[in-house]
Design a protein around this ligand. Structure first.
Ligand code: HEC
Ligand code: HEC
Ligand code: HEC
Ligand code: HEC
Length: 487
């Protein structure tokens, strides 16, 4: 059995790693608790508007691509040819999916007929209320999954005055306002983190499903787009820019910050749902995978002397969705960022509960729901930051200072914590580079090539190829000399 690390920005060939469960204690507990974790897999929102099928978007004069149209007007063929979402249904027909269906003993026997899989891979096929005649089996994650079920908006959408309608009016018809970063982040996390009826839990992972490592700015960068890239930038201009300034954009900065907070929020909501039912608790996917799974290499980075003191097999919380909350909160709230007034205080308290395998389910369910609410409120302020606040938070100087702290002490500590945190540090340094570049109007820094070389070597050190090795502290030190100009 293999587990892959997430794809990094601009990279599509991740290296696999062998995963070996360790310690028989885990086996006993596992057989005891794994009765069935697919309990929540039901159809998503019965009262939602109906899907009409994406073939109605594909007409030549609409989004089907008239001759000469490169992007605008050719969304359908672009999506069909390049977007991985177009394949999301057909991957349910592969041997891996068949293996998963057999191991999981799915309610409807095959993966491509089971709501447990279709709710993410082809929600239109899963929706019983659909107005589709028969199934739309090759639809995958199609236009309506992202832009909204078209039952109420398709007719007005075809009229000439559609473009004059406000985003609010469109939204009431079920057409999502995806230029809003918070709406976009919420959409992606519906499937890339999970939600009601959508749960990639340890049962699915053990049956062979890839682990869901979601980081919005990385996924967004890797996603083949069907709209001009400059649209995103131009819809999030730097506020109060002077006429002679290069046309800066806060899009990348917002995408990273809002993406981090929304991913954590949605993960907490999923945790709360998982803990609501005793039968599905404890859910192993909530813990650090490497507490129970570790490779057999004796020289793995876990034994390195500079690693934080933590017994090799200590249980800890799965840190992937939460690792960047502290750096971001510190940048936003200053020295009091851990205090009770901070939006992350509930999340930090929850972390302490995951040093055992039996934190009481009712407490976890309630605390996670409350912590998620604080994060949602924070995401809303980041998303709607008033110009003055945005100038402070998303200014090139603030982004640079956050990045500096990630290649400095704050980053070093996270890198030493665990592999998930280390990988998030790497992704963040990269994302903040693009964010800063955007805020500065696309200007490259002088040492761009050197920085890229160190980042490439850091990425290699996150590979699982030759045993399990985290990024070396030396790489962060090297970055520090490159990125933090001497006084
Ligand atoms: C919470 C949403 C969700 C659920 C539920 C889900 N998947 Fe997935 N699945 C994903 C996402 C997202 C990816 C892409 C992972 C990535 O690259 O980050 C994926 C990837 C896969 C892949 C790998 C595809 C490839 O191109 O390599 C297979 C196979 C798969 N899923 C099958 C299944 C099956 C079978 C089920 C049901 C038992 C299922 N999935 C349930 C969201 C989900
Ligand atoms: C995985 C999600 C996703 C899927 C699937 C998807 N889109 Fe999009 N689409 C987006 C996002 C995000 C944007 C950027 C929206 C914006 O800036 O307003 C976008 C932009 C667009 C735009 C440009 C809108 C504008 O105002 O510039 C069109 C047209 C469009 N999509 C049509 C389609 C069609 C047709 C399909 C199906 C073939 C489709 N989309 C599938 C997410 C998606
Ligand atoms: C309705 C569920 C759903 C939504 C919404 C969704 N995705 Fe996905 N996404 C998937 C599934 C399922 C896959 C796996 C498809 C496959 O492997 O064939 C996937 C795959 C991807 C991949 C390829 C991952 C890889 O490792 O190759 C990227 C990138 C991606 N999604 C980005 C996004 C972004 C960005 C958004 C939000 C704008 C989004 N997705 C919204 C379900 C969804
Ligand atoms: C509390 C201990 C524990 C934690 C934490 C844990 N697992 Fe597991 N895992 C097990 C046990 C026990 C098995 C063997 C039973 C089985 O295959 O279902 C297993 C099996 C697996 C398998 C199948 C291995 C094989 O050889 O077939 C995969 C893959 C896996 N886990 C992935 C993960 C991932 C990814 C995470 C983190 C998100 C994780 N596990 C967290 C205990 C754990």
């Amino acid at each position: 059995m293999r587990i892959e690390r997430p794809r990094m920005r601009n990279e599509f060939t991740p290296a696999p790693m062998a995963l070996v469960p360790s310690g028989s204690f885990a086996f006993d507990l596992y057989t005891f608790f794994s009765v069935s974790v697919l309990l929540f897999a039901t159809n998503v929102g019965a009262a939602d508007p109906k899907f009409v099928g994406s073939s109605s978007c594909a007409a030549a004069a609409c989004h089907g691509g008239l001759a000469g149209h490169k992007v605008i007007g050719s969304e359908f063929p672009l999506w069909a040819a390049r977007d991985p979402h177009a394949q999301a249904y057909s991957v349910l027909l592969t041997d891996l999916s068949k293996q998963m269906a057999a191991r999981l003993k799915l309610s409807n026997k095959t993966a491509h007929e089971s709501a447990e899989c279709l709710n993410c891979h082809s929600p239109a096929t899963a929706a019983k209320e659909s107005t589709l005649t028969g199934h739309a089996p090759l639809a995958g994650v199609d236009c309506e999954q992202c832009h909204g079920a078209a039952e109420h908006w398709l007719t007005p959408h075809r009229r000439k005055d559609w473009k004059q309608l406000s985003p609010d009016v469109k939204q009431r018809l079920g057409f999502k306002n995806l230029s809003d970063v918070l709406t976009r982040a919420t959409l992606c996390t519906d499937c890339h983190v999970g939600g009601p009826g959508r749960d990639v839990n340890h049962d699915l992972l053990a049956a062979g499903h890839p682990r869901l490592f979601f980081e919005l700015s990385t996924f967004h960068a890797n996603w083949p787009k069907h709209w001009p890239r400059k649209t995103d930038d131009s819809k999030h201009p730097v506020p109060d820019a002077k006429p002679n300034d290069p046309p800066g954009s806060l899009f990348e900065a917002k995408l990273w910050a809002v993406g981090q907070v929304v991913t954590a929020q949605r993960s907490l909501e999923l945790l709360s749902r998982r803990a609501t039912h005793d039968r599905t608790w404890p859910e192993f996917a909530e813990w650090n995978c490497f507490a129970c799974h570790h490779d057999l290499e004796s020289d793995s980075w876990w034994q390195l002397p500079n690693r934080q003191k933590q017994p090799h097999d200590a249980l800890s919380w799965n840190s992937w969705p939460y690792a960047m909350l502290e750096p971001l909160a510190r940048q936003t709230y200053g020295p009091e960022f851990r205090g009770s007034a901070s939006p992350i205080s509930g999340t930090l308290r929850l972390r302490l509960r995951f040093t055992t395998l039996r934190p009481p389910a009712p407490n976890i369910a309630a605390e996670a729901a409350a912590a998620a609410k604080s994060l949602r409120a924070w995401a809303m302020t980041l998303n709607q930051a008033e110009p003055t606040e945005a100038q402070k938070l998303f200014s090139p100087e603030a982004l640079k200072s956050l990045r500096e702290s990630l290649v400095g002490n704050e980053g070093q500590q996270l890198v030493a914590r665990d592999w998930d945190s280390a990988t998030q540090v790497f992704l963040a340094i990269n994302a903040l580079r693009y964010a800063e570049k955007g805020a500065r109007g696309g200007l490259d820094s002088a040492d761009e090539a050197q920085v890229q070389a160190v980042l490439d070597s850091m990425r290699k050190s996150l590979d699982f190829q030759n045993g399990y090795r985290g990024p070396r502290q030396s790489e962060l030190r090297e970055l520090k000399t490159l990125l933090i100009a001497p006084p």
